[in-house]
Design a protein around this ligand. Structure first.
Ligand code: ATP
Length: 243
């Protein structure tokens, strides 16, 4: 069976700075992977390699395809990305923004149907955002906007989802809720979620792996209260000097 994600001897960074040094791991089945590490460790850069926005050596395979040779449309159907910050500079209703997650299933200029809007509303309900669905997105709080982007990403329905700090601006209730939702997304919808996070204490109850990019030789570690604590202590003990 093809691995869902396979990273082999990955080396990436910027000009004179190598941030990812010879990283290798594979994910054989849909799972949750928390990507952790100090500020500047290269977590977002790692995601940028998947988007081909940073030059890299080594291999990145998704569902058995080399990312370098995969046509864009196929890649977009397999891989979704939620950036750390996403902005909209025009007024748009929350439900209209979320339904756009279905764009890959539409032809150019094809309208969204009532059924599409119902699907979008269901995802908003899962995130307890129904009361905001007719609001102007630009008037929402930072945390509410983050949840709306997450709803849109869930609607995209890709097999592999790269989330860059999706809980950064959320209150403690929503942090917990979003991690639980991601867990059920993996179990019930067979999604693979790679999630950059600094919210280590939310990880203790998760099932999956963590990858600490601050460690000299990062590997997938099975999440347990002990591994989370060990990694927390490692990160608190100090930062490597990154030149
Ligand atoms: N285009 C670029 N050119 C040069 N250096 C860059 C570029 N983009 C990012 N960097 C640097 O690479 C380092 C890693 O950045 P990256 O965004 O991957 O960190 P991170 O682990 O995601 O950090 P954080 O937890 O703060 O989000 C940072 O020091 C950053 O300044």
């Amino acid at each position: 069976m093809n691995n869902i994600v396979e990273v082999k001897n990955l080396v990436a960074g910027y000009e004179s700075r190598t941030l990812i040094r010879n990283l290798s791991f594979s994910i054989p089945a849909p799972t949750f992977v928390a990507i952790i590490g100090h500020n500047g460790a290269g977590k977002t850069t790692f995601f940028k390699t998947f988007q081909q926005k940073v030059a890299y050596q080594g291999q990145l395979h998704i569902k058995g395809h080399d990312l370098k040779t995969l046509p864009l449309a196929t890649k977009q159907g397999i891989l979704s990305y939620l950036p750390q910050r996403n902005t909209v500079s025009f007024s748009i209703k929350v439900l209209d923004l979320v339904v756009m997650g279905l764009f890959r299933k539409k032809r150019f200029f094809e309208d969204y149907t009532t059924q599409d809007y119902d699907t979008a509303a269901q995802v908003l309900a899962q995130l307890q955002l129904t009361h905001l669905q007719d609001h102007d997105f630009t008037t929402l709080s930072g945390g509410e906007q983050q949840l709306v982007w997450l709803a849109q990403l869930m609607l995209q329905d890709a097999a592999i989802n790269l989330l860059d700090e999706p809980t950064q601006q959320l209150d403690v209730y929503y942090k917990n809720k979003v991690f639980k939702l991601l867990q059920s997304w993996v179990h019930e919808n067979q999604k693979t979620v790679l999630c950059i996070t600094h919210d280590l204490h939310n990880l203790t109850t998760m099932e999956g792996y963590l990858l600490n990019l601050s460690k000299p030789e990062p590997i997938l570690e099975v999440i347990s209260p002990d591994t989370v604590l060990e990694n927390q202590a490692f990160l608190e003990a100090g930062r490597p000097v990154i030149l």
